[in-house]
Structure formats: structure tokens, C-alpha cells
Design a protein. Structure first.
Length: 400
């Protein structure tokens, strides 16, 4: 009973120190979520603006040898066409390079007659159309895409033997050729992106608080006061790890919330993507994986920090681990949450990523989640035991 009391005393002391330091609270909990929301929202808006033209914009297009057949099909394009005869096109190409002209289309002379006389079986090259544009200008690329679409449609009309997915509706019912449900679409999007982000956010939260609590005690010279308390070293370690896990989860939750709120803008409002398909059971499984992962990360970072003399030295020593977490987090982009064998869920960090992939893709296995949580907790206990022994070593704790 006294052991639990000592653990709670250390636990409350660490939380009081964390919540009492407004600077640490701001930089660890509130600032990450706000910054991530602003950055991701700005990125989404900027990327949307990058690939969209202004409403009502009219493309400037110069056409050489405009054939009557193509002229009739381009009437609906929002473009101002300048027709000119063949000759030196240096001026037009320079205008495209300088972004003063959007598109230059050069048709061969007598294009319609050449197309009508062309025999694909002859082995001769087909009549060629040259389209010059500037890929670094959004409007120029859009003009190229629209002109290419018109020409492809014209080519198909010349010998249209069959169509692919051309029906818009059948017997008055709209036809959808992509049979993936909105739930599956959401699962694919979230499982590809969020596991990696969650691992980075959780690790960043742990890194923000663990070195300060362990190496910070040594740097401030308060480690001796802590060690002479009546509490056993194992109780000190348990209280610190539990408190650090709560702090790291708060920091990670802030970043995760900022990401979820900014996702609609970051994805450009992609249709069919919604977090509404995830229920309480999914969030409960995610919470279990996240909590066990944070306990493991906090334990590992605490052990590394115990060797350091200062907070800065501890943060530098932890950086290689951050690289490992990021590299393993990237494996979430390739899925595999449901296909990985159960033995893989004994591998720390990798098991958490794949469990998150399974949860977000609606293919999670309860057994795999259980293995992940138990493996993380056992490893956390092992590192906690190692930290306890380090607390018993004056050579390590007082850098002698």
C-alpha cells in the first residue's frame, strides 16, 4: 500500500512540475497541435492553388495551321486563339518560356487531308501535332491538358469501335465503375498517412518531456534530493515513467488533433474521405496501442537520458532512435497490417505501426493488437528495470 502511495507522490510531483511550467506546457502540448494545424492547412490550400487556375481565366493560345475539324471542337475551351501561318516560331516559344503565352499548337499543313489519307497498316508515321507549353506555369499546363483532351477525343471519333466506361447511367440509375465504398476509401487514405504521423507525434511528445525529467534532474543538481527520499528507486522510476507517459500522450494528442482538423484541407476535400466510419471500438484499440507505445518510448528515452549529463546531451543521444522510428513509420505507407504474421507483432515500433494500419484500414486482428500491447508492456517493464538499476548506480546518476 505504501509502495502505491510513493508511486503516486512521484507521479503527482512530476505532473505538478509539468503543468506548473507554463513554457513547457505551451511548447509541449498546445503549440505542436496549433502549428501542425496551421502548417498542414496552409500546405493544402497552397497545393490546391498551385494546380488550379483562376475562375474565368482565358488561356492565350497560338495555333499554326488550325484545321477546320479541330477548330470546331475547340469552340468550348476558355481560350483566346491567335491563328498564324507557318514560319519562325522563336518569338512564340520565347513568350511561353517567359510565361506570356500559355500554349503553342503546330499542326502539319493540310492536316485533315493527311489524317483522312493515313493508313495505320502502312507503317508510315502518323501526322504529328506539336504542343509547346511551360510546365512551371499552372495555366500553361492546364491549357496543354485541355487541348490534349480535345485532340484525343477527335482521334477517338475518327474510328470509334468501342468505348470504355462511357455510360453515365443505366435504366435511369447512375453507373459507378469504381466499386470501392466510401468506408474503404477512407480506410485506405487514413491507413496510408496516419500511422507514420502518429508515431512521429508520439515520439516527439516523449522526447519533449523525458530528457527534461531525467537528465534535467542531473543538470539542475536535484537528483541527490530525489534519491534520498524514503521511496524506493523502483517506485521513483514507476512514478516518473507513468507521469511522463501522461505528458507525452497529451503532447501527442494535441498534434493528432491538429492533424485530423487539417486533413480536409490537406487532402483538398477529397470525396468519400471521413473519420465518421470509426467507432468507439476502433478508438479504444488505437488508444491501447498508443498508450503501450508511449510507455515503451518513454522507458527507452529515459534510459538513454540517464546516461547524459545535460538535457541537450540527452536529446542529441536520442536522435538516432528518432530516425529509426521515422524509418519504421514509413512502412505504414505500404500497408500490410492484416498480412503481417503474428511474430512480426513482437518487433517493437514495427508492431505499433502495423497495428495502427490494421485499425485504420478496418482489418485489425484482436490477437495482433493484444500481442503488440503485451510486447510493448513487457519491453517497457524491462527498460524500467534497467532504469531502476541505473538509479541505484552513483557512478551513472552523479557522473562519477
Amino acid at each position: 500500500m505504501k509502495s502505491k502511495s510513493n508511486i503516486m507522490i512521484v507521479f503527482k510531483k512530476e505532473l505538478a512540475r509539468f503543468f506548473g511550467d507554463r513554457r513547457l506546457l505551451l511548447t509541449s502540448v498546445f503549440l505542436p497541435g496549433i502549428m501542425i494545424y496551421l502548417i498542414y492547412s496552409f500546405m493544402g490550400s497552397a497545393m490546391a492553388d498551385m494546380f488550379e487556375t483562376e475562375e474565368g481565366y482565358r488561356y492565350s493560345v497560338t495555333v499554326v495551321n488550325m484545321p477546320d475539324s479541330v477548330s470546331a471542337m475547340t469552340g468550348g475551351l476558355p481560350a483566346d486563339f491567335t491563328l498564324r501561318a507557318p514560319g519562325d516560331l522563336t518569338e512564340e516559344m520565347t513568350a511561353i518560356e517567359e510565361k506570356n503565352l500559355d500554349l503553342l499548337a503546330v499542326f502539319p499543313p493540310d492536316f485533315d487531308a493527311a489524317v483522312a489519307a493515313y493508313d495505320p497498316a502502312s507503317g508510315e508515321p502518323a501526322p504529328n501535332i506539336d504542343l509547346f507549353f511551360n510546365g512551371t506555369k499552372t495555366e500553361s499546363s492546364a491549357a496543354y491538358d485541355q487541348m490534349t483532351a480535345v485532340l484525343n477525343a477527335y482521334e477517338s471519333s475518327l474510328s470509334n469501335k468501342f468505348d470504355i466506361n462511357a455510360l453515365k447511367e443505366l435504366d435511369g440509375i447512375p453507373v459507378a465503375y469504381n466499386l470501392a465504398s466510401e468506408k474503404d476509401t477512407s480506410g485506405f487514405a487514413f491507413s496510408s498517412l496516419l500511422p507514420m504521423l502518429l508515431m512521429v507525434f508520439l515520439f516527439s511528445g516523449c522526447m519533449a518531456v523525458a530528457p527534461e525529467s531525467i537528465a534535467g534532474e542531473k543538470e539542475r543538481g536535484t537528483v541527490a534530493t530525489m534519491l534520498v527520499t524514503p521511496a524506493r528507486r523502483s517506485e521513483l522510476v514507476m512514478g516518473k515513467i507513468l507521469a511522463l507517459a501522461v505528458m507525452a500522450l497529451l503532447s501527442g494528442a494535441s498534434s493528432i488533433l491538429g492533424t485530423l482538423l487539417s486533413l480536409p484541407k490537406m487532402m483538398g476535400g477529397a470525396a468519400g474521405i471521413s473519420a465518421a466510419y470509426y467507432g468507439p471500438a476502433d478508438y479504444a484499440l488505437l488508444a491501447a496501442v498508443a498508450l503501450s507505445t508511449v510507455l515503451l518510448l518513454v522507458s527507452v528515452i529515459s534510459v538513454i537520458s540517464a546516461f547524459a549529463k545535460t538535457v541537450k546531451e540527452a536529446q542529441t543521444s536520442v536522435m538516432p532512435l528518432m530516425v529509426v522510428v521515422m524509418l519504421v513509420g514509413v512502412t505504414g505507407l505500404f500497408g500490410g497490417g492484416a498480412q503481417a504474421g503474428q511474430l512480426y507483432y513482437l518487433i517493437p515500433i514495427y508492431n505499433s505501426v502495423q497495428s495502427m494500419v490494421g485499425i485504420f484500414s478496418f482489418s485489425a486482428s484482436a490477437m495482433n493488437i493484444l500481442i503488440t500491447v503485451l510486447a510493448n508492456l513487457l519491453l517497457s517493464a524491462a527498460f524500467g528495470l534497467a532504469l531502476t538499476r541505473m538509479f541505484n548506480s552513483e557512478k551513472i546518476m552523479f557522473n562519477r
